[in-house]
Design a binder for this molecule. Structure first.
Ligand code: UFG
Length: 325
């Protein structure tokens, strides 16, 4: 049986492909992986790197998930058992400039994928959601809290979650894990795959890394007047390999979920911008020049997860879970 991974050449997708090959094999469940990606924010070089790390090949299809015919052909060609759906745009700022691109690519793309899955009776899905759906709720954030969004990117994630909940309610054959990511950082220990954003990075860690290697002169720290440990923003940074392993666990535990279940993937710990900068400096032995600038529009002071449900559902128990909206 095959596992379809949309967006599998991207940052989180590629690490997840590696972990599925490594972990799933060690637990006796081998998957034939089919990656579909339009390469809009990634490269086929990643496929060679995955093979170098895992000694296994994957099937790659260059296509856009919005393309119904291409997706349908893919499902006709391969015996897909389950899907992990990463494909989507993710730049918060850009989403306000090009909202239609975001709604089309993320929301229409997912609906197209779901229609094809339904047609082929493939009803197991792990979806890439985001902690952004918690809006301005106070941390620690747990899955029972209300949801809202403040930018088109966040709206697309929230809309897709609603679509998935409605779909799972309409047909109890669906098993869907909606993984709400906090802040993924880091790279595979081999150094062969990692985060490689186009242009100037939006996110803290790739920015800091580029300052460390001298590609960018100075980090701008967005605000030091928040009500936090040192006044800078606090986030829940989760290593991308841990996040990837969370996907393997979600996949392995999908049969425990009847309907659609939202699950946080975070560490449960908050770290400030300056704590990150100082730790990076200490470990890399490189200077990280920075200056404090005004707050970035839309940023919250503190965002971190309550990670109990992930522990309960993905790590510990044999409990069954049902639709939770
Ligand atoms: N920051 C800086 N300077 C920078 C970049 C970031 O000081 O150059 C600060 C931010 O103000 C924030 C922290 O570093 O306090 C983290 O910022 P990121 O941009 O790395 O991440 P965000 O928490 O803003 O956003 C991330 C993802 C979003 C997702 C959100 C969910 O990028 O896609 O988490 O909570 F929606």
């Amino acid at each position: 049986m095959s596992l379809l991974i949309t967006g599998g050449t991207g940052y989180i997708g590629s690490h997840t492909v590696v972990e599925i090959q490594m972990l799933a094999a060690s637990e006796g469940k081998e998957w034939d992986i089919v990656i579909v990606d339009d390469l809009s924010n990634s490269s086929t070089k990643v496929l060679d790197r995955i093979k170098q790390i895992t000694s296994k090949s994957v099937t790659f299809i260059k296509a856009d998930v919005c393309d119904y015919d291409a997706m349908n052909t893919l499902f006709e060609q391969y015996d897909i058992e389950a899907v992990i759906h990463f494909a989507g745009h993710k730049a918060v700022g850009e989403s306000s400039e090009k909202p239609l691109n975001y709604y089309h690519n993320n929301v229409s793309g997912t609906v197209t994928l779901l229609r094809v899955m339904e047609l082929h009776k493939v009803k197991k899905l792990v979806f890439s959601s985001s902690a952004t759906v918690y809006g301005d709720n106070i941390s620690p954030l747990n899955e029972t809290m209300s949801t809202s969004a403040t930018n088109p990117y966040g709206q697309t994630k929230l809309m897709i979650e609603h679509i998935l909940f409605d779909l799972a309610k309409s047909d109890s054959d669906w098993s869907i894990a909606c993984l709400r990511y906090f802040n993924p950082i880091g790279a595979h220990h081999s150094g062969l795959i990692g985060e490689n954003p186009n242009g100037i990075p939006n996110n803290l860690l790739p920015y800091v890394a580029q300052v460390a290697v001298g590609r960018l002169a100075q980090l701008q720290v967005f605000g030091d007047d928040y009500d936090t440990v040192d006044g800078t923003g606090v986030r829940d940074y989760i290593h991308v390999v841990d996040l990837a392993q969370g996907h393997v666990k979600a996949l392995q535990n999908l049969d425990k979920i009847t309907g659609c279940k939202a699950i946080n993937l975070g560490t449960g710990n908050g770290t400030s911008v300056l704590e990150i900068v100082n730790t990076f400096k200490e470990i890399s032995q490189q200077d990280i020049p920075y200056k404090i600038v005004p707050r970035r529009l839309g940023d919250l002071a503190t965002v971190y997860a309550n990670a109990d449900l992930a522990n309960e559902l993905l790590v510990e128990s044999n409990k069954k879970f049902t639709n939770d909206d």
